[in-house]
Write a protein that binds this ligand. Structure first.
Ligand code: AMP
Length: 182
C-alpha cells in the first residue's frame, strides 16, 4: 500500500500516519520529522533547512525530493509507505510520480484531512513545537494554501483524492480513513 496524507499544519497527519503504519505494516515517512532530526543532529542538510523550517517556509524542493527518493528505496518500504507532509508543492508531486513510474509503482490513495481553521490553530498552539508560534503558524497555513493546494489539485485531477473529516478524536478520524480506503 502506497499512500500520501495531505492536510494543513495541525490536521493530524502524523497521528493518523502512525495508526495507518501499524494497521497496514508499511513504512511512515514524515519529511517534517526527518528535517527536525537533521537539524537536531547538526547535519549539513539540517543547517541548510533550519531557516526555512524556523520561518514556516518550504525547504527547497531538490533537498526534499532527494530525501524521499532515498527513503522509498529502503527495505522498510518493501510493503509500501505512507508519506506525511510530502509532496507539499507541485514540483514535489511531479517528482514523486517520476520516482514511482520508473519503479513501475503507483499510488493507491491520497487522503486529505480536513479540519476547521479555528481547530487547527487551537491544536498547534497546544503542541509547543519550536515552529508553533503565532507568526510561523500563520505563514505555514499560507504556504499550505499557496503551494500545497496545487499538489492536492494535481492528485484530484487524477481522481485519487479521498477527503476525510479530521475533526474529532484520533480514533474517530482513523475509522473514517479506514472506511474511505475500503
Ligand atoms: P511538518 O512537521 O510537516 O509540519 O513540517 C515542518 C516544516 O518542515 C515545514 O513548515 C517546512 O518548513 C518543512 N517541510 C516539511 N515537509 C516539507 C516538504 N515536503 N517540502 C518542503 N518543506 C517541508
Amino acid at each position: 500500500m502506497r499512500m500520501i496524507l495531505f492536510g494543513a499544519p495541525g490536521s493530524g497527519k502524523g497521528t493518523q500516519a502512525e495508526k495507518l503504519k501499524e494497521r497496514f505494516g508499511v513504512a511512515h515517512f514524515s519529511t517534517g520529522v526527518m528535517l527536525r532530526e537533521h537539524i537536531d543532529s547538526g547535519t549539513k542538510l539540517g543547517a541548510l533547512a533550519k531557516s526555512y523550517v524556523d520561518n514556516g517556509n518550504l525547504v527547497p524542493d531538490d533537498v526534499i525530493i532527494g530525501m524521499i527518493e532515498e527513503a522509498i528505496q529502503t527495505p522498510e518500504s518493501a510493503n509500501g509507505f505512507i508519506l506525511d507532509g510530502f509532496p507539499r508543492s507541485l514540483p514535489q508531486a511531479e517528482a514523486l510520480d517520476k520516482m514511482l513510474s520508473i519503479r513501475n509503482a503507483t499510488l493507491d490513495a491520497a487522503v486529505s484531512l480536513v479540519v476547521d481553521d479555528n481547530e487547527l490553530v487551537r491544536r498547534l498552539m497546544g503542541r509547543g513545537r519550536a515552529d508553533d508560534n503565532k507568526e510561523t503558524i500563520e505563514r505555514r497555513v499560507q504556504v499550505f494554501h499557496e503551494q500545497t493546494k496545487p499538489a492536492l489539485a494535481y492528485y484530484a485531477n487524477k481522481g485519487i483524492v479521498k477527503e476525510a473529516d479530521g475533526m474529532g478524536t484520533p480514533n474517530e478520524v482513523f475509522e473514517r480513513i479506514l472506511a474511505l480506503l475500503s
